[in-house]
Ligand binder design. Structure first.
Ligand code: 13P
Length: 263
């Protein structure tokens, strides 16, 4: 739909990296570099152990906090898990759910993603729901089938109001940590397909408001060409988010793509 201005979201998924002091140092450096930004939502997702310290470090800044996972229950005998109320308490506004590494190594399924999404929403945390096909699936022509099952499975049972609090992230598994980025056309094609799925399930108006990030080897060098695509609304960044300068450059690219879109 023309004329809709989605605010791009640039999120740094730090994965299994950074001690508390390293996390605070990175955040402090980043805070200074993105202080002037008002047109892009900037998010950092440190490991659980650093959430609270990073929350203090970003106080009264324009950076928001995300966790990398959440459990579907609020409390109880679930050793090792962290719940949505706990993440809220630690200062999170967002939570990444269904990252391909969780699907691949930790048995995450569309059903568990859906339960986690509902738990997050119940506690006013915005889910960043990750979807993406593996290389063999793309090569076998199954990209749309896989994306459809990840998207419809992840958002099953959500009202339009619930969906409007969600962010989707398209991360082709073959592009994660490999240095191989999807071409801007490949990304746009899948993002447009996802928006079409949301249109079918809700309406064009609802679909036009949802932010769909791209993730997979996003770097300062390729961020601009991805983000000028009409359905690419920002980036979920792994490796390049571990240094303040490279992450801040991606934020700058998003700001200038945004300005170009508005002209
Ligand atoms: P890389 O940017 O390191 O490829 O990681 C992408 C990712 O998985 C973000 O969630």
């Amino acid at each position: 739909m023309e004329g809709i201005m989605r605010i791009p979201i640039i999120a740094g998924n730090w994965k299994l990296n950074k001690t508390i002091s390293e996390a605070v140092a990175l955040t402090t450096a980043l805070k200074a570099l993105v202080a002037d930004n008002t047109s892009v939502e900037v998010i950092v997702a440190p490991p659980f152990t650093a959430l609270s310290a990073v929350s203090d470090a970003i106080a009264s800044s324009n950076i928001r906090l995300a966790a990398q996972d959440v459990y579907s229950e609020d409390s109880g005998a679930f050793t090792g898990e962290v719940s949505a109320p706990m993440l809220k308490d630690a200062g999170c506004d967002y939570v990444i759910i269904g990252h391909s590494e969780r699907r691949q190594y930790f048995g995450e399924t569309n059903d568990s993603v859906n339960q986690k999404v509902k738990a997050a929403l119940a506690h006013d945390l915005k889910p960043i729901i990750c979807v993406g096909e593996q290389l063999e699936e793309r090569e076998a022509g199954q990209t749309e089938t896989v994306i459809k099952s990840h998207v419809t499975g992840g958002i099953a049972g959500l009202s339009a109001a619930d969906l409007s609090s969600c962010v989707l992230a398209y991360e082709p598994v073959w592009a994660i940590g490999t240095g191989k980025t999807a071409t801007p056309d490949q990304a746009q094609e899948v993002h447009n397909f996802i928006r079409g799925l949301l249109t079918e399930a809700y309406s064009a108006e609802v679909a036009s408001q949802i932010c769909i990030q791209y993730g997979g080897s996003v770097k300062p060098e390729n961020a601009a060409e991805l983000m000028v695509q009409p359905d690419v609304d920002g980036a979920l960044v792994g490796g390049a988010s571990l240094e303040a300068e490279s992450f801040a450059k991606i934020v700058e690219m998003a700001v200038s793509s945004q300005l170009r879109g508005w002209l």
